[in-house]
Design a binder for this molecule. Structure first.
Ligand code: HEC
Ligand code: HEC
Length: 381
C-alpha cells in the first residue's frame, strides 16, 4: 500500500514539476513505473550453485578461467571456449551460426548472467551450468576432444597441480569424472560473468528512490520505447523481471527449418536430451544431496507444444551480441524490432503464442523501441 501511495505521489510530482536544467521529462504513468520497477533491482542476489562444490571457490574460478582460454581442450589444439565466446564481443562470436570443428545450426549464446538461469542452451538441454560447460569439449561440431584425451590435456604443467589440489590427481578418476570436474571448474568461472548497471537500471533505481531529477535524465525516446515494451508490444509477457526473461521456452515466430527437410526441434529435442543425460541435478554427479531444483527436471513431459520453441533470451547487453535469435537469422536490433512489428502469424507453430500480433509500429516507434533495448547495455555511469 505504501508503495502505491508513494508511486501516486511520484507521478503527480513528475507531471507537475518542470525540471529546470534538464531537457528531458518523466513521461511514464503510474502503471508503467510499476512495470519498470519489476525489472530490477540489478543484480539480484546470487548464491553458490549447490550442485557444484567448486562454485564460488577462488582457486577453482582461477583454474576455470585458464581452461576457458586454453586450446588444450580441443581435438587439434586450435579452439578454446573463448574462440566462440569472445570477451570483447559480449562473449559471443558475431556469427549467425557457430563455427567449431564444423558449422553448427545455432547462434552462439552470450555467457553473461548464467548464475541466474534455470535451463541452459537455446533448447534447455541442460538443467545446470557445469553440464552445459562440459558439453562443447566433446561435441564433434565444437571442440571435438575425445574424452580419453582429457587426462593428457590436464597433465600440462599449468593445470595438473591446481587440478590435483582441488580434486586429487586426474589419473585417479574415471574419464567421465574428469570431464565433470572440468565442467565444474569452467562453470565456477563462467558464473562470475555478470553484467553491470545500465542506463535503464539507473532510471529504475531513481524511480524507486524518488530521485526525480536523475530519473528525468533517462532519454524520452527510451521511455517511449519502454512504454511500447511493457504496453502494446507485450514484450514483457516473456521478457520479464531483472533478466528480461522468464527463463522458459516460447515460439517467437522464427522459422525452425534448418534445411528444406530438417527442423530444429528446439525445446522438444532439449527435453529428450535432458531425460537421457547422466549430468543432471538428479544424477550421480551433482554435489547437492538435497537435489534442489531436480523436481522441475523430473516433472518434464515432452509434448507437441514444445516443438520449435526456444528459451527466451535475457536482454541485458543485447546490443553487444548480434546477430540474433537461435539461428542468428536477424542481423541487427532494428531487424528484431521489424520482425515483431510485422510478425507472420502463419509462422507461429507452437500453440498458445497468441500474445504475439503484428504491431505495425511506425518508424519513430520502432526507433524508440530500439533505443530502449540499447539502454539495457552496461555503462560506467
Ligand atoms: C564452436 C563454438 C563454441 C565453442 C568452442 C564453445 N561454445 Fe558454448 N555455445 C556455443 C553455441 C552455438 C551455444 C548454443 C548451444 C545450443 O543451444 O545448442 C553455446 C552455449 C553455451 C552455454 C549456454 C548459455 C546459455 O545461456 O544457456 C554455455 C554455458 C557455454 N556455451 C559454455 C561454453 C564453454 C564453457 C565452452 C568451452 C568448454 C564453450 N561454450 C565452447 C558455441 C560454442
Ligand atoms: C511469446 C514470448 C515473447 C514475446 C511476447 C516477445 N519475445 Fe522476444 N524472444 C522470445 C523468444 C522465444 C526469443 C528467441 C526466439 C528464437 O530464437 O527462435 C526472443 C528473442 C528476442 C530477441 C533476440 C535476443 C537474442 O539474444 O537473440 C530480442 C531482442 C527480443 N526477443 C525482443 C523482444 C521485443 C522488443 C518484444 C516485443 C515487441 C518481444 N521480444 C516479445 C520470446 C518473446
Amino acid at each position: 500500500m505504501r508503495r502505491l501511495a508513494w508511486l501516486a505521489c511520484l507521478v503527480t510530482l513528475a507531471a507537475s514539476v518542470p525540471q529546470p536544467g534538464y531537457a528531458q521529462n518523466l513521461i511514464l504513468t503510474e502503471s508503467e513505473i510499476s512495470a519498470a520497477l519489476s525489472h530490477g533491482p540489478w543484480p539480484p542476489p546470487g548464491k553458490n550453485d549447490p550442485s557444484n562444490r567448486m562454485s564460488g571457490n577462488s582457486a577453482a574460478i582461477s583454474l576455470g578461467r585458464k581452461l576457458f582460454f586454453s586450446s588444450k581442450l580441443s581435438a587439434d589444439g586450435t579452439l578454446s571456449c573463448a574462440s566462440c565466446h569472445q570477451p570483447d564481443n559480449g562473449f559471443t562470436d558475431g556469427l549467425p551460426q557457430a563455427m567449431g570443428h564444423a558449422r553448427g545450426d545455432r547462434n552462439t549464446q552470450s555467457l553473461f548472467n548464467q548464475k541466474h538461469q534455470r535451463w541452459f542452451g537455446w533448447d534447455g538441454r541442460n538443467d545446470n551450468l557445469w553440464a552445459q560447460s562440459l558439453r562443447p569439449i566433446v561435441r564433434s561440431d565444437e571442440m571435438a576432444l575425445p574424452v580419453a584425451d582429457l587426462g593428457t590435456a590436464l597433465s600440462g604443467t599449468n593445470f595438473s597441480d591446481p587440478y590435483s589440489r582441488l580434486f586429487g590427481p586426474a589419473h585417479s578418476h574415471t574419464k567421465e569424472q574428469n570431464l565433470v570436474n572440468v565442467g565444474k571448474l569452467l562453470a565456477a568461472y563462467v558464473e562470475t560473468l555478470e553484467t553491470g548497471k545500465t542506463p535503464f537500471d539507473r532510471f529504475r533505481d531513481a524511480l524507486e528512490s524518488g530521485d526525480m531529477v536523475s530519473a528525468a535524465t533517462y532519454p524520452e525516446a527510451a521511455q517511449r520505447g519502454f512504454r511500447i515494451f511493457a504496453g502494446k508490444g507485450k514484450c514483457n509477457f516473456c521478457h520479464t523481471g531483472p533478466l528480461f526473461s522468464n527463463g522458459e521456452f516460447h515460439d517467437a515466430g522464427v522459422p525452425y527449418f534448418v534445411t528444406a527437410d530438417r527442423v530444429d526441434e528446439g525445446r522438444h529435442g532439449g527435453i529428450k536430451s535432458l531425460m537421457r543425460s547422466p549430468f543432471t541435478l538428479d544424477g550421480p554427479y551433482s554435489d547437492d544431496l538435497n537435489k534442489t531444483g531436480a523436481w522441475k527436471t523430473r516433472q518434464l513431459v515432452r509434448s507437441h507444444n514444445n516443438f520449435g520453441t526456444f528459451r527466451v533470451p535475457g536482454l541485458r547487453n543485447v546490443e553487444l551480441t548480434a546477430p540474433y535469435m537461435h539461428n542468428g537469422s536477424l542481423a541487427t536490433l532494428e531487424d528484431v524490432v521489424h520482425h515483431y512489428s510485422s510478425i507472420d502469424l502463419e509462422r507461429l507453430h507452437a500453440d498458445g503464442e497468441l500474445i504475439l500480433q503484428p504491431l505495425g509500429l511506425t518508424e519513430s516507434e520502432s526507433g524508440d523501441l530500439t533505443t530502449f533495448l540499447q539502454s539495457l547495455t552496461e555503462t560506467e555511469n
